[in-house]
Ligand binder design. Sequence first.
Ligand code: PMP
Length: 288
Amino acid sequence: MIIYLDGSYVPEAEAKISVFDHGLLYGDGVFEGIRAYNGKIFRLEAHLERLYDSAKTLDMQVPISREEMTEVIKETLRKNNLRDAYIRPVVTRGKGDLGLDPRKCPKPTVIVIAVSWGAMYGDLYEKGLKAVTVSVRRTPAESMPPNVKSLNYLNNILAKIEANYKGGDEAIFFDTNGYVSEGSGDNIFVVKNGEIITPPTLNNLRGITRLVVLEIARSLGITVREQNLGYYDLYSADEVFVTGTAAEVAPIRDIDGRVIGTGKPGPITRQMMAAFKHVTETEGTPIE
Ligand code: PMP
């Protein structure tokens, strides 16, 4: 496996960074998760915009331009002979001292990893996932803007740990106001009476897959609403699904033991899964 690290393409074993990198010491950095399908990178521009905007919010200057990052991502795919891939660009604050002060970190570290990663949830796309609501709340926007895709994923990892102990395939977060926020690594949608409803993007990550699904639904003439949701809306939904670059569109069959709809992926969820697959096969930035 060939990794891009600070201007060089190196074998995985040589892709090493300093123990004084603030990405390691403090989770001080940003990242993206991007997929390529059949030689085309899906929604690359949107992912790069989120990466660079996340860095800007953290007052971090990415040392390469967006155009250069595009080239690096394409070259990393080519060097690894990957046409279908999950791509992980990471920009950390860089090497500093043991204090917090980012002014001590002169140059951010840039990493691009690309791996082959098929359907994240395997046979659960047919069966549906078991989801559990978790007690840990999504970090509020007042503390850390949730649209900054930072290296500090401990809030999400705590949610995942709780879901693991409760026997869930995915965790569902609430925000500090008691509204449904998102999954540990994906956005959430409910379907009720033929309409698709998803929480607004104040206390969750503005998922790119979420946007694609909203676009698809609108183009198919399905009513979509962005509205705050509570437990009731989850438990009484006809269908629930989650969306994310890694998860793609994944059906939920059970939440906290309540069977959702028929307990099988519902018709609108299936329609979204198929339409999403079609979009990923038809659009994208060519690797060549
Ligand atoms: N929420 C969280 C917390 C995530 O980590 C992700 C994955 N990036 C998502 C939502 C979905 O975002 P996207 O569709 O842009 O991958």
